[in-house]
Design a protein around this ligand. Structure first.
Ligand code: VGL
Ligand code: ZN
Length: 210
């Protein structure tokens, strides 16, 4: 099956730090690599996203005196989880998983590189204003629908999905192609919000040619 040319596959943050052994490991995160590779063969437009933080990033607990990893703080743009230091630019942890077939990508989007704003979404940073440029790049390529897989379901996949809906894209999340961090019920909340905003939550075996 080949998916139609107006649908892009977006592979979110399949990087070493989100895989077992990484700094912010998502349980079973590496289990999605082979499915992502297989799906890439079915799309003309394949986007990879890469969490790409400077070492002084404000979302790192280590850069917030007294801040515990996985606790919440208030940033000028709203609440922010403090994370273990992860995906620092140029490190092995920020590199894509070695088995991810990155040669298939037609666009790679890096995000989270402003020290004072986190960016879960591949479209808008966490201030919900600063654009990564991805929406424009997709529109310029004639893309109207996106299919999302990757890490983590409840953070970067979730925020990418709801921003894409707000920006006018049709959005499908393949749940078997994602794994979650699941912090205090964040997976259930993310799934409920995605469903409510009109994201189609399905599985790869039900992906239809569009
Ligand atoms: C992510 C937390 C912090 C993700 C990135 O890729 O879901 N989560 N940075
Ligand atoms: Zn991050």
């Amino acid at each position: 099956m080949k998916t139609g040319p107006s649908t892009a596959l977006i592979v979110v943050d399949i990087q070493n730090d989100f895989c077992p052994g990484g700094a912010l490991a998502v349980a079973d995160g590496d289990a999605v690599v082979h499915l992502a590779n297989r799906l890439m063969g079915q799309f003309e437009t394949v986007v990879l996203t890469q969490d790409w933080h400077p070492a002084d990033h404000a979302s790192f607990a280590a850069n917030n005196p007294g801040g515990e990893p996985f606790s919440m703080i208030e940033m000028p743009y709203g609440p922010q989880v403090l994370w273990p230091t992860h995906c620092v630019q140029g490190t092995e942890g920020a590199a894509f998983h070695a088995e991810l077939e990155t040669d298939r990508a037609t666009l790679v989007v890096r995000k989270g590189f402003h020290s004072h704003i986190d960016s879960y979404s591949a479209f808008l940073e966490n201030d919900h204003k600063t654009s990564t440029g991805l929406a424009g790049a997709l529109r310029d390529r004639g893309i109207g629908e996106i299919v999302l897989v990757g890490l983590a379901t409840d953070f970067c996949v979730h925020y990418s999905a709801i921003d894409a809906v707000s920006l006018g894209f049709g959005v499908t999340v393949l749940e078997d192609g994602c794994r979650a961090i699941d912090l205090d019920g964040s997976l259930a909340a993310a799934k409920a919000e995605m469903a409510e905003r009109g994201v189609t939550l399905t599985t790869s075996n039900r992906l239809k040619a569009a």
